[in-house]
Ligand binder design. Structure first.
Ligand code: FE2
Length: 360
């Protein structure tokens, strides 16, 4: 038995208003005046001077606005890398992602593809990256995905939705400033927060569970309950706790795996472009059979916050569509093995998956 030797984010700042320290954190990392910092910023912040005025632009530094309306694609990474290489005199000093999970994953992927040949799709999988990425920083403006701590950059490619999982993927620096999450619309807040909650449930109920994952998972689950069920927190406390829940939830799955909801939600994302947070909610809503207690609590949370989970998203799909989703989901073998054990193939069949998708 050989145990995995995982890298972790080596530097992290936590605190309300810590975004103001970006300049002092980045300055020493500037390689030379021709090597700019490239900021990938969610385009919801396009005219937001509260945030933009604090980005410490100097020399040839650039902001590239990115829509997170759709799941990040490998082709999008390739286009961004090409644009950055064409427009910068020298290899960038760093890539800084400011946004939710999509933007953070794009920042990770772009930083890898600047120093690695070929196309992003060639690196979807485990440990395929050869060269160290350029310095990259994650500044989340949404909490829940765990993208700020994870060893993956999840991308939809021409034939699969799969992450670039590598030792070079994790951020070199993360800035956790919960104030940046203050204007998130409630649905988005809930869906993304539920991604974290589902990470906890899938990790804690998985066959890969170990003390490492369990300790992080229990911490994150406790925080999620405080935020989404108990409703006793101030807004600031709630934002700070959800940020730490996301971190711990991400750490929990680092040393285990996610499960049924993620596998099936990847199918929805691949076929329909369903965003990760809401996709997980659509699926998890129908998984009582696999996570009875987790789903019960999830339904209570929906009630407390009066949030709508989309229904009937699979209502008009053809058999071929179902097969595409089923294949994407079944390909994620480690997720199924974590959820159901080594003989998962006896439990989860294409027919069973189709029945489940038809409920969604
Ligand atoms: Fe997730």
């Amino acid at each position: 038995m050989s145990y995995k030797n995982f890298p972790m984010v080596p530097r992290v700042v936590f605190g309300r208003g810590s975004f103001n320290q970006s300049g002092e954190i980045l300055d020493p990392k500037r390689l030379n005046v021709n090597a700019p910092f490239i900021y990938l910023v969610d385009d919801v912040f396009k005219n937001n001077t509260w945030l933009l005025s604090r980005i410490p632009l100097a020399y040839d530094d650039k902001i590239i606005y990115i829509s997170a309306a759709k799941e990040p694609k490998t082709s999008q990474v390739d286009t961004l890398v090409e644009e950055i290489i064409l427009k910068t005199k020298d290899k960038p000093s760093g890539i800084i992602g400011i946004g939710g999970g999509s933007i953070l994953d794009l920042a990770k992927a772009v930083s890898i593809m600047i120093t690695n040949e070929g196309e992003a799709k060639d690196y979807q999988g485990w440990d395929l990256v050869k060269n160290e990425a350029v310095y990259h920083v994650g500044i989340p403006t949404l909490a829940g995905t765990g993208a700020e701590v994870s060893r993956t950059a999840v991308l939809t490619g021409p034939d699969k939705k799969l992450g670039i999982n590598s030792d070079f993927t994790p951020f070199d620096q993360v800035i956790l400033d919960s104030e940046l999450t203050k204007d998130v619309p409630i649905n988005q807040w809930f869906y993304t927060g539920m991604d974290c909650y589902i990470h906890c449930i899938e990790s804690l109920n998985g066959t890969f569970l170990n003390a490492f994952s369990e300790s992080y998972g229990n911490t994150a689950l406790g925080l999620c309950k405080e935020v989404f069920l108990e409703n006793k927190l101030s807004e600031v406390e709630s934002q700070e706790k959800l940020m730490m829940a996301s971190w711990h939830g991400g750490m929990s799955i680092a040393y285990s795996q996610v499960g049924v909801a993620h596998a099936m939600s990847y199918g929805l994302a691949y076929l329909l472009g369903t965003k990760h947070g809401v996709g997980n909610c659509i699926v998890f809503n129908h998984l009582e059979e696999y996570y009875p207690i987790g789903v019960k609590l999830f339904k209570e949370m929906i009630k407390v916050h009066n949030v709508e989970i989309p229904q009937n998203v699979c209502a008009n799909l053809s058999d071929e569509d179902f097969n595409i989703m089923i294949n994407i989901a079944l390909n994620l073998e480690p997720l199924w093995e974590n959820a159901l054990g080594k003989s998962w193939k006896n439990i989860i069949t294409p027919k069973k998956l189709k029945e489940l998708y038809q409920k969604m």
